[in-house]
Ligand binder design. Structure first.
Ligand SMILES: [Fe+2]
Length: 193
């Protein structure tokens, strides 16, 4: 009998479509870490945490950009402070992604994923003045705090206490970066004085 659409390579009565579905289901079940959280909540928490993770990727790259392209009389101070900031932000990446996997959801797979899901806009310029770099990072860190606070509410509503607790520490660290950047931004000038 001539195969019909969707069954071009039927073997043992099983169409390719059925085999593909079974394969997808096997792949999905391999990643379905068990959790007692409500499946609908898992989806919401994962979306919120993936947003924070995406922010971390974009912020990390921007801080490194400014760390590398800083200039002026405060170069050493700014350059070193930004390295500390980059290290702290980098430290959030694996923790956030693994929280998503611990509750059985999928996390980011690529840098384009991060750019798409982040509320931050990447900075491709390398010639910003020191005060512009500091002020841009202050605004980004403020946005990150606000994003984490929203994500914390989602985690709270889902009774995902571990994700909420993780975010609490990250909010504190981000507020510390805001504090430093704010103090510097008050007197920072284009020449770096
Ligand atoms: Fe460095």
């Amino acid at each position: 009998m001539k195969p019909v659409d969707g069954e071009p390579h039927a073997e043992n009565g099983e169409s390719r479509e059925v085999r593909d579905k079974a394969d997808a289901s096997r792949r999905n079940s391999r990643l379905a870490t068990p959790t007692d959280l409500d499946p609908a909540d898992v989806e919401k928490v994962a979306k919120a945490l993936n947003g924070c993770l995406a922010d971390s990727f974009v912020l990390y790259m921007k801080i490194k950009n400014f760390h590398w392209h800083m200039s002026g009389p405060n170069f050493r101070d700014y350059h070193e402070m930004l390295d500390d900031h980059a290290e702290a932000v980098f430290g959030t990446i694996d923790e956030l992604a693994e929280r998503v996997r611990k509750i059985g959801a999928r996390t980011l797979t690529s840098l384009s994923d991060a750019l798409e899901q982040s509320q931050l806009v990447e900075q491709t310029r390398s010639d910003l003045a020191p005060d512009e770099m500091i002020r841009e990072l202050l605004e980004d860190n403020k946005a990150v705090v606000a994003g984490m606070r929203k994500a914390h509410k989602v985690c709270d509503d889902a009774e995902d206490i571990a994700s909420a607790s993780l975010l609490e520490n990250f909010v504190d660290a981000t507020e510390k970066r805001c504090w430093f950047l704010f103090e510097i931004a008050q007197s920072a000038t284009a020449t770096g004085h």
